[in-house]
Design a binder for this molecule. Structure first.
Ligand SMILES: [Zn+2]
Length: 396
């Protein structure tokens, strides 16, 4: 049975069903450990039923009616889910109840119980929270998904998730999720031995840094447009080499150039080939030379119209590389040349025999930044001039 399978799961052996929320299971495990730690520290005390009822009433002050009797009613009911002989037809958290059933007739009876109880105690069931969530059951493929459930003669909405069940804005839940996200699996040791403010800040920073380094370097690999960007150079609180203005002797102009360079290296610069891939009637052919498709390689290395602009920068780059590494820019493969211009800190991953030290990388970056900006400016200006000439011709 589905529910007995679910109950038989352990933390180390998550369910194979892909729709199962493993993260939620981990969070429940943290809850369980927190409650167990508290119980281990405080000796158990016998309380009477009256004391318990008073305590629940105190929790619910200003909220809805106490649901203790409703839960007792569910406990004695034969409807709903069971694990062996144990009734699990209702799961309660404070004054919220999730009613569980593997057949629609039982579920409607359980809903009716809740409605009758609310009418008897003169409170209203929140319509926002009163929803149906259908869970697929692998063993029952022919589950009827078209069941209609009624609450007080109103059809209940059928939803895929309930906001009040899976996202809480309570401080405890948010803290718990943050701790889980940044890998504080050993949070209980901090309760026993609280660290100093300095130690705690240092630890939090370390955990957050390692999370984001891992996340960014991992996720970048799935974006084909970032193929030229050296994602491994990401360091929290540090500028990536391609946006670092420290070594630029003209930072205000450098800042302008960075925007263009960033677009080119992240594959978002609007070349004609890119524009054509988005627009049906647009041609991918370069508007400057009209000879080849204009992609980033054509713009940076091949377009003949831009050769006069390109040459002095590439000459400077070549002289510098020969001096520092004995490798000529013009002797390396086209792919590597493109990589060197877009993000030279990744050139080693591209062509293993080219190893640049930090100083050489910084200088290459400055030259290529200026090159990209110059090519972009002349390209934009030429296209505008062409458009104006066309307008004049049309008038004539
Ligand atoms: Zn061209």
């Amino acid at each position: 049975m589905y529910w007995s399978n679910l109950a038989g799961l352990t933390y180390d052996k998550p369910i194979s069903n892909t729709t199962y929320d493993g993260k939620h299971q981990d969070l429940c495990e943290m809850d369980y450990k927190a409650i167990k730690t508290i119980c281990d520290q405080v000796p158990p005390r016998t309380v009477s039923r009256t004391e318990l009822l008073e305590a629940i009433k105190a929790i619910n002050t200003g909220k809805s009616e106490d649901i203790f009797d409703l839960l007792s009613l569910y406990e004695t009911s034969n409807q709903g889910c069971k694990i062996g002989h144990i009734n699990i037809n209702a799961v309660a958290c404070a004054d919220d109840i999730a009613v569980l059933s593997d057949n629609p007739y039982d579920l409607q009876i359980l809903i009716n119980h809740a409605l009758q109880y609310s009418q008897l105690h003169h409170y209203t069931l929140q319509p926002q929270k009163s929803v149906i969530i259908e869970v697929d059951n692998k063993t029952r493929k022919a589950t009827n998904h078209n069941c209609v459930f009624n609450l007080n003669n109103q059809e209940m909405p059928n939803v895929t998730s309930s906001s009040h069940l899976d996202s809480s804005s309570s401080w405890y839940v948010i803290t718990k999720k943050l701790l889980y996200k940044y890998g504080f699996s050993d949070i209980f040791q901090f309760l026993d031995n609280p660290p100093s403010k300095y130690e705690w800040k240092k630890l939090v920073q370390k955990k957050m840094d390692s999370y984001w380094i891992q996340r960014i370097t991992h996720d970048c690999r799935f974006y084909s447009s970032l193929i030229h960007l050296n994602c491994d150079a990401f360091l929290p609180r540090n500028c990536h080499p391609i946006i670092d203005l420290k070594n630029d002797n003209n930072p205000s102009k450098g800042a302008l150039s960075i925007g263009i360079k960033l677009k080119m290296v992240t594959g978002t610069y609007m070349t004609q080939a890119k524009r054509a891939s988005f627009t049906k009637h647009e041609s991918p052919t370069c508007k400057l030379c009209d000879e080849d498709n204009e992609d980033i390689e054509h713009l940076l290395l091949k377009c003949k119209i831009l050769e006069n602009i390109r040459h002095p920068f590439l000459k400077q780059l070549d002289d510098f590389l020969i001096k520092e590494t004995t490798i000529s820019f013009y002797n390396i493969k086209t792919d590597s040349r493109l990589q060197l211009i877009l993000d030279c800190s990744k050139i080693n991953q591209h062509q293993a025999d080219i190893i640049l030290n930090k100083k050489v990388e910084q200088n290459c970056e400055l030259i290529s930044r200026k090159l990209c900006f110059a090519l972009h400016s002349i390209r934009a200006r030429t296209i505008i001039q062409q458009k104006e000439k066309k307008k004049v011709k049309l008038k004539i």
